[in-house]
Design a protein around this ligand. Sequence first.
Ligand code: AMP
Length: 413
Amino acid sequence: MSFDNLGLDPRLLKAVVTMGYTEPTPIQSAAIPLVLAGRDVIGCAQTGTGKTAAFVLPILQRIAPRVGAPRVLVVTPTRELAIQIVEVATAVSRTTGHRIAAVYGGVGYEPQVKTLRRGVDMLVATPGRLLDLAARRDVDLSRVEILVLDEADRMLDMGFWPDVRRILALLPTKRQNLLFSATMSPVVLKVIGSTLTDPAQVSVAPPATPIEAIEQSLYPVVGTQKNDLLVRIIQERGLERVLVFTRTKHRADRVARVLDRAGVRSAAIHGNRSQSQRQNALEEFKRGRCRVLVATDIVARGIDVEGISHVINYDLPNVPDDYVHRIGRTARAGRTGVALSLLAPEEHEALRDIERKIGAVIDCADLAGFEYSHDRIVPDPDRTHEAVRKAPPAKKPQYGRPHGGAQHRRSGR
Ligand code: AMP
């Protein structure tokens, strides 16, 4: 895929080159043509996917530079995000000649008011300050043709939605709306549903950590000792942000209870939980109120939490792709992560499939001082990378859910 086929005109293509982008990211390939066509768009993509350029480039193509009241309004929850968006837009404007400005709280009004008076094409704003400026009549929102709601889920979380509604009321009703959100919960969709006209939806999976950046190890143990071993590993190593995977919902609930009883605060998240229960569990985990999130594969793809230090496979997945997706939840954004797998004797076939899939041997480790049962089975330490790559697939039926995960990942980066 190249930027050339997305419908961007030569000025914008030149801007892309000066920014050093060679290929569009998946969200850019998907969103740019839709925005250029004037569609309302719901984009499900988190920071790091290139979503900012995905809306800035086509918007600045649609709006000719003309000094005056803002015709593009980007509403974003935090000052940091506002600054990042302005940086991207300013880089593009060097070629296109647009005026870009940001308004956010925590700083004086005067410089912002002066900038607004001089006229801007695109205004990037946090909700509170924007409403203050509108109340003081320092900003005229009656000319807005394109609205972007950035990180809508975070704005909801942060309680900005009443402000956003008030802002919407100040805008012309005929306008193009773009909404970006890292997660697309029914709550977000319900709240914004009334705002958008026949929106096109695009979504991309967050970029997973490359497998080489993850330190993987196996802990051979009998099934009946898994609970004890898990608790000891988490406690003795002082692990703080841990995602534990189990094969079934029932086991997820049980493991969460075991951890809680051992004094390790945890929450379970799986397909039997309502959306709001899942959302609550995720929030508790994100805010650090619980150290461990216990999940099943079904929900793994919806988990987008930064700073997960460890992924622990309480059970190995039967589908090798799931292993890769699971451990890719750790250590995003260039950091290294750690993935531990508890390996029961009956899971050696699953292990063989996983090692064949990743084309490498996973090393074994032990927790010092743990009294392992003699019945555990330690994999052959002499197996080689070469041998695991060539091993025949296990002949068991791959029970559990159908192998349906991959199509949700439209593409990673
Ligand atoms: P964002 O998701 O908008 O926060 O962007 C994340 C990072 O990706 C930013 O540092 C961008 O400069 C960078 N980026 C965006 N689009 C591209 C692209 N097509 N090629 C390379 N880097 C990009």
